[in-house]
Design a protein around this ligand. Structure first.
Ligand code: AKB
Length: 330
Protein backbone atom coordinates (compact mmCIF):
# COMPACT_ATOMS: atom_id res chain seq x y z
CA UNK A 1 0.00 0.00 0.00
CA UNK A 2 3.04 2.24 -0.23
CA UNK A 3 3.08 2.85 3.53
CA UNK A 4 6.04 2.01 5.69
CA UNK A 5 5.04 -0.13 8.66
CA UNK A 6 8.50 0.18 10.17
CA UNK A 7 7.69 3.57 11.55
CA UNK A 8 4.95 2.15 13.80
CA UNK A 9 7.39 1.96 16.71
CA UNK A 10 8.01 5.67 16.50
CA UNK A 11 4.50 6.91 16.09
CA UNK A 12 4.67 8.05 12.45
CA UNK A 13 2.59 5.55 10.56
CA UNK A 14 2.26 6.85 7.07
CA UNK A 15 5.67 7.79 5.70
CA UNK A 16 5.49 6.99 2.01
CA UNK A 17 8.13 4.56 0.77
CA UNK A 18 10.32 5.53 -2.18
CA UNK A 19 10.06 9.20 -1.29
CA UNK A 20 12.68 11.05 0.74
CA UNK A 21 12.28 11.17 4.50
CA UNK A 22 13.29 14.63 5.63
CA UNK A 23 14.32 16.13 8.98
CA UNK A 24 14.26 19.91 9.49
CA UNK A 25 16.30 21.27 12.42
CA UNK A 26 15.41 24.62 14.00
CA UNK A 27 12.06 24.26 12.27
CA UNK A 28 10.09 26.66 14.50
CA UNK A 29 11.84 29.73 13.06
CA UNK A 30 10.73 31.99 10.22
CA UNK A 31 11.23 29.42 7.45
CA UNK A 32 10.62 25.95 8.95
CA UNK A 33 6.80 25.71 9.05
CA UNK A 34 6.47 26.98 5.46
CA UNK A 35 9.14 24.69 4.07
CA UNK A 36 7.64 21.72 5.93
CA UNK A 37 4.27 22.51 4.34
CA UNK A 38 5.68 22.58 0.79
CA UNK A 39 7.79 19.45 1.27
CA UNK A 40 4.82 17.61 2.82
CA UNK A 41 2.74 18.52 -0.24
CA UNK A 42 5.46 17.06 -2.46
CA UNK A 43 6.56 13.99 -0.47
CA UNK A 44 3.79 13.21 2.02
CA UNK A 45 2.86 14.56 5.44
CA UNK A 46 4.72 12.00 7.51
CA UNK A 47 7.84 12.05 5.32
CA UNK A 48 8.78 15.44 6.76
CA UNK A 49 9.71 15.67 10.44
CA UNK A 50 9.94 19.13 11.98
CA UNK A 51 12.28 19.45 14.98
CA UNK A 52 13.44 22.09 17.42
CA UNK A 53 14.57 22.56 21.03
CA UNK A 54 11.44 24.62 21.74
CA UNK A 55 7.89 23.42 22.24
CA UNK A 56 5.72 23.47 19.15
CA UNK A 57 2.36 25.23 18.90
CA UNK A 58 -0.86 23.24 18.49
CA UNK A 59 -0.98 24.13 14.79
CA UNK A 60 2.55 22.80 14.21
CA UNK A 61 1.76 19.61 16.13
CA UNK A 62 -1.40 19.11 14.10
CA UNK A 63 0.39 19.74 10.79
CA UNK A 64 2.59 16.62 10.99
CA UNK A 65 5.41 14.89 12.88
CA UNK A 66 7.42 17.01 15.30
CA UNK A 67 10.36 15.94 17.52
CA UNK A 68 12.75 17.47 20.03
CA UNK A 69 16.21 17.69 18.43
CA UNK A 70 19.22 19.61 19.73
CA UNK A 71 21.93 20.11 17.09
CA UNK A 72 24.52 20.21 19.88
CA UNK A 73 23.63 16.63 20.85
CA UNK A 74 25.36 14.43 18.29
CA UNK A 75 24.05 11.17 19.76
CA UNK A 76 20.47 12.42 19.79
CA UNK A 77 20.77 13.53 16.16
CA UNK A 78 22.13 10.14 15.10
CA UNK A 79 19.35 8.40 16.97
CA UNK A 80 16.68 10.36 15.08
CA UNK A 81 18.36 9.86 11.70
CA UNK A 82 18.71 6.11 12.27
CA UNK A 83 15.27 5.51 13.81
CA UNK A 84 13.40 7.51 11.20
CA UNK A 85 15.63 6.53 8.26
CA UNK A 86 16.22 10.15 7.32
CA UNK A 87 17.40 10.77 3.75
CA UNK A 88 17.56 14.58 3.65
CA UNK A 89 18.61 16.91 6.44
CA UNK A 90 17.59 20.58 6.31
CA UNK A 91 19.61 22.48 8.85
CA UNK A 92 17.82 25.69 9.87
CA UNK A 93 19.15 26.00 13.46
CA UNK A 94 21.21 29.19 13.69
CA UNK A 95 21.47 32.49 15.55
CA UNK A 96 20.97 35.41 13.13
CA UNK A 97 23.21 38.44 12.64
CA UNK A 98 22.15 40.90 15.35
CA UNK A 99 21.49 38.36 18.10
CA UNK A 100 24.74 36.55 17.27
CA UNK A 101 26.70 39.71 18.09
CA UNK A 102 25.05 39.93 21.51
CA UNK A 103 25.64 36.26 22.40
CA UNK A 104 28.92 35.22 20.85
CA UNK A 105 29.49 31.96 22.82
CA UNK A 106 26.04 30.66 21.97
CA UNK A 107 26.39 31.73 18.32
CA UNK A 108 29.71 29.86 18.08
CA UNK A 109 28.16 26.77 19.67
CA UNK A 110 25.00 26.64 17.58
CA UNK A 111 26.32 28.01 14.28
CA UNK A 112 29.72 26.30 14.26
CA UNK A 113 29.65 23.27 16.60
CA UNK A 114 26.07 22.50 15.57
CA UNK A 115 27.10 22.57 11.91
CA UNK A 116 30.01 20.21 12.59
CA UNK A 117 27.60 17.72 14.18
CA UNK A 118 25.20 18.02 11.26
CA UNK A 119 27.96 17.50 8.69
CA UNK A 120 29.24 14.41 10.47
CA UNK A 121 25.78 12.88 10.89
CA UNK A 122 25.04 13.56 7.21
CA UNK A 123 28.30 11.95 6.15
CA UNK A 124 27.86 8.89 8.39
CA UNK A 125 24.31 8.22 7.27
CA UNK A 126 24.77 9.30 3.64
CA UNK A 127 22.10 11.97 3.72
CA UNK A 128 21.54 14.92 1.41
CA UNK A 129 22.30 18.07 3.43
CA UNK A 130 20.87 21.54 2.89
CA UNK A 131 22.27 24.47 4.89
CA UNK A 132 21.10 28.03 4.17
CA UNK A 133 23.66 30.79 3.91
CA UNK A 134 22.97 34.50 3.61
CA UNK A 135 23.87 37.90 2.20
CA UNK A 136 25.58 38.21 5.61
CA UNK A 137 28.32 35.85 4.37
CA UNK A 138 29.75 38.85 2.50
CA UNK A 139 31.55 41.81 4.02
CA UNK A 140 32.80 45.34 3.38
CA UNK A 141 35.48 44.11 0.96
CA UNK A 142 32.96 42.29 -1.26
CA UNK A 143 31.53 44.03 -4.33
CA UNK A 144 28.13 45.25 -3.13
CA UNK A 145 26.22 46.17 -6.25
CA UNK A 146 25.87 43.53 -7.51
CA UNK A 147 27.44 40.77 -5.39
CA UNK A 148 28.26 37.67 -7.47
CA UNK A 149 28.43 34.06 -6.20
CA UNK A 150 32.19 33.84 -6.24
CA UNK A 151 33.99 36.85 -4.80
CA UNK A 152 35.79 38.12 -1.70
CA UNK A 153 34.01 37.07 1.52
CA UNK A 154 35.30 38.77 4.64
CA UNK A 155 32.19 39.19 6.85
CA UNK A 156 32.44 41.14 10.10
CA UNK A 157 29.72 39.36 12.12
CA UNK A 158 29.96 35.97 13.82
CA UNK A 159 26.84 35.00 11.88
CA UNK A 160 28.57 35.80 8.59
CA UNK A 161 31.81 34.10 9.61
CA UNK A 162 29.91 30.97 10.66
CA UNK A 163 28.02 30.93 7.35
CA UNK A 164 31.20 31.23 5.25
CA UNK A 165 32.53 28.39 7.40
CA UNK A 166 29.38 26.37 6.67
CA UNK A 167 29.67 26.99 2.91
CA UNK A 168 33.33 25.96 2.87
CA UNK A 169 32.92 22.95 5.18
CA UNK A 170 29.95 21.68 3.19
CA UNK A 171 31.84 22.03 -0.07
CA UNK A 172 34.85 20.32 1.51
CA UNK A 173 32.65 17.37 2.61
CA UNK A 174 31.22 17.27 -0.89
CA UNK A 175 34.62 17.02 -2.57
CA UNK A 176 36.25 14.81 0.07
CA UNK A 177 33.41 12.42 0.94
CA UNK A 178 30.89 12.87 -1.88
CA UNK A 179 28.32 14.41 0.50
CA UNK A 180 25.38 15.86 -1.45
CA UNK A 181 25.72 19.28 0.18
CA UNK A 182 23.53 22.11 -1.10
CA UNK A 183 23.42 25.71 0.02
CA UNK A 184 21.48 28.83 -0.94
CA UNK A 185 22.46 32.31 0.16
CA UNK A 186 19.21 33.97 1.21
CA UNK A 187 18.57 37.73 1.31
CA UNK A 188 16.23 39.31 3.88
CA UNK A 189 13.02 37.30 3.88
CA UNK A 190 9.63 39.04 3.97
CA UNK A 191 6.90 37.02 5.68
CA UNK A 192 3.96 37.63 7.98
CA UNK A 193 5.69 35.67 10.77
CA UNK A 194 8.38 37.77 12.36
CA UNK A 195 11.90 36.35 12.57
CA UNK A 196 14.13 37.07 15.55
CA UNK A 197 17.47 38.79 15.79
CA UNK A 198 18.23 39.69 12.17
CA UNK A 199 19.32 42.96 10.56
CA UNK A 200 16.75 42.80 7.75
CA UNK A 201 13.86 42.35 10.25
CA UNK A 202 12.96 46.06 10.10
CA UNK A 203 11.13 45.46 6.83
CA UNK A 204 8.68 43.01 8.40
CA UNK A 205 8.18 45.24 11.39
CA UNK A 206 7.34 48.17 9.11
CA UNK A 207 4.41 46.20 7.64
CA UNK A 208 3.03 45.38 11.09
CA UNK A 209 3.53 48.96 12.32
CA UNK A 210 1.91 50.41 9.19
CA UNK A 211 -1.24 48.41 9.88
CA UNK A 212 -1.34 49.11 13.63
CA UNK A 213 0.25 52.27 15.06
CA UNK A 214 1.15 53.80 11.64
CA UNK A 215 4.51 54.79 13.13
CA UNK A 216 7.65 52.76 12.46
CA UNK A 217 10.88 53.34 14.39
CA UNK A 218 13.60 52.24 12.00
CA UNK A 219 17.04 51.20 13.27
CA UNK A 220 18.57 51.67 9.80
CA UNK A 221 19.13 54.89 7.83
CA UNK A 222 16.54 55.72 5.13
CA UNK A 223 18.96 55.03 2.24
CA UNK A 224 20.20 51.58 3.42
CA UNK A 225 19.71 49.27 0.45
CA UNK A 226 19.48 45.51 1.06
CA UNK A 227 18.44 42.51 -1.07
CA UNK A 228 15.08 41.00 -0.07
CA UNK A 229 12.57 38.39 -1.24
CA UNK A 230 9.09 37.15 -0.40
CA UNK A 231 8.94 33.93 1.60
CA UNK A 232 6.85 32.00 -0.96
CA UNK A 233 9.55 32.53 -3.60
CA UNK A 234 12.21 31.38 -1.17
CA UNK A 235 10.32 28.23 -0.12
CA UNK A 236 9.53 27.18 -3.70
CA UNK A 237 13.13 27.85 -4.74
CA UNK A 238 14.49 25.81 -1.83
CA UNK A 239 12.19 22.85 -2.51
CA UNK A 240 13.01 23.00 -6.27
CA UNK A 241 16.74 23.25 -5.59
CA UNK A 242 16.62 20.21 -3.28
CA UNK A 243 14.85 18.24 -5.98
CA UNK A 244 17.36 19.11 -8.74
CA UNK A 245 19.48 16.25 -10.13
CA UNK A 246 23.00 16.51 -8.77
CA UNK A 247 24.59 16.72 -12.21
CA UNK A 248 22.65 19.86 -13.08
CA UNK A 249 24.37 21.88 -10.37
CA UNK A 250 27.64 23.46 -11.41
CA UNK A 251 28.15 24.80 -7.87
CA UNK A 252 27.06 23.80 -4.37
CA UNK A 253 26.34 27.34 -3.08
CA UNK A 254 24.12 29.79 -5.00
CA UNK A 255 22.91 33.33 -4.35
CA UNK A 256 19.15 33.80 -4.64
CA UNK A 257 17.06 36.94 -4.27
CA UNK A 258 14.36 38.93 -5.96
CA UNK A 259 14.36 42.65 -5.16
CA UNK A 260 16.36 45.25 -3.27
CA UNK A 261 15.05 48.31 -1.52
CA UNK A 262 15.77 50.88 1.18
CA UNK A 263 13.57 51.66 4.22
CA UNK A 264 12.49 54.90 2.53
CA UNK A 265 11.50 53.08 -0.68
CA UNK A 266 9.54 50.51 1.34
CA UNK A 267 7.77 53.27 3.25
CA UNK A 268 6.84 54.99 -0.03
CA UNK A 269 5.39 51.77 -1.43
CA UNK A 270 3.49 51.12 1.81
CA UNK A 271 2.01 54.62 1.77
CA UNK A 272 -0.05 53.47 -1.24
CA UNK A 273 -2.00 51.44 1.35
CA UNK A 274 -1.40 53.55 4.47
CA UNK A 275 -0.92 57.18 3.30
CA UNK A 276 -0.19 58.55 6.78
CA UNK A 277 2.56 56.03 7.65
CA UNK A 278 5.34 57.81 9.53
CA UNK A 279 8.92 56.47 9.79
CA UNK A 280 11.26 57.74 12.50
CA UNK A 281 14.91 56.95 11.81
CA UNK A 282 17.13 56.03 14.73
CA UNK A 283 20.11 53.98 13.44
CA UNK A 284 21.76 51.63 15.96
CA UNK A 285 24.52 48.98 15.82
CA UNK A 286 22.66 47.11 13.08
CA UNK A 287 23.49 49.97 10.68
CA UNK A 288 27.17 48.92 10.57
CA UNK A 289 26.11 45.35 9.80
CA UNK A 290 23.82 46.45 6.97
CA UNK A 291 26.52 48.77 5.58
CA UNK A 292 28.87 45.79 5.18
CA UNK A 293 26.33 43.65 3.26
CA UNK A 294 25.42 43.41 -0.43
CA UNK A 295 23.03 46.04 -1.77
CA UNK A 296 22.03 43.99 -4.78
CA UNK A 297 22.47 40.26 -5.28
CA UNK A 298 23.52 38.63 -8.56
CA UNK A 299 21.63 35.32 -8.83
CA UNK A 300 22.26 34.68 -12.53
CA UNK A 301 23.86 31.27 -11.89
CA UNK A 302 20.75 29.99 -10.07
CA UNK A 303 18.61 31.10 -13.03
CA UNK A 304 20.94 29.41 -15.51
CA UNK A 305 21.64 26.12 -13.67
CA UNK A 306 18.31 25.18 -12.13
CA UNK A 307 15.72 27.59 -13.46
CA UNK A 308 15.33 29.79 -10.40
CA UNK A 309 12.48 32.19 -11.07
CA UNK A 310 11.17 34.54 -8.35
CA UNK A 311 7.61 35.78 -8.89
CA UNK A 312 7.20 38.63 -6.40
CA UNK A 313 8.51 42.12 -7.18
CA UNK A 314 8.32 44.93 -4.67
CA UNK A 315 4.73 45.99 -5.33
CA UNK A 316 3.56 42.34 -5.34
CA UNK A 317 5.31 41.78 -2.00
CA UNK A 318 3.64 44.83 -0.46
CA UNK A 319 0.24 43.87 -1.78
CA UNK A 320 0.33 40.28 -0.53
CA UNK A 321 1.76 41.31 2.84
CA UNK A 322 -0.94 43.93 3.41
CA UNK A 323 -3.66 41.52 2.27
CA UNK A 324 -2.37 38.76 4.54
CA UNK A 325 -1.90 40.97 7.60
CA UNK A 326 -5.08 43.07 7.35
CA UNK A 327 -7.46 40.41 8.77
CA UNK A 328 -5.15 40.02 11.77
CA UNK A 329 -5.49 43.69 12.70
CA UNK A 330 -9.14 44.36 11.81
C1 AKB B 1 19.65 38.66 9.15
O1 AKB B 1 19.28 39.82 8.97
O2 AKB B 1 20.49 38.33 9.99
C2 AKB B 1 19.06 37.60 8.26
C3 AKB B 1 19.90 37.38 7.05
C4 AKB B 1 19.91 38.40 5.99
O3 AKB B 1 20.56 36.40 6.93
N1 AKB B 1 17.73 37.92 7.89
Amino acid sequence: NGLSGRRDNHGFYNAVKNRPRILITGSLGQLGPGLARILRERYGRDNVIMSDINRASESVLESGPFLFADVLDMRGLREICVNYEIDWLIHFSALLSAVGESNLPLAMQVNIQGLHNILEVSRMHKMKLFVPSTIGAFGPDSPRNPTPDLTIQRPRTIYGVSKVHAELMGEYYHHKFGLDFRCLRYPGVISTDQPGGGTTDYALKMFHDALTTKVHHCYLKPETRLPMMYIDDLLTATADFLQMPDNQLSMRTYNIGAVDFTPEELAMELRKFVPDLEVVYNPDSRQAIADSWPQRFDFGNAIRDWGYHPLYNMSAICEIMVQSLLPRYK
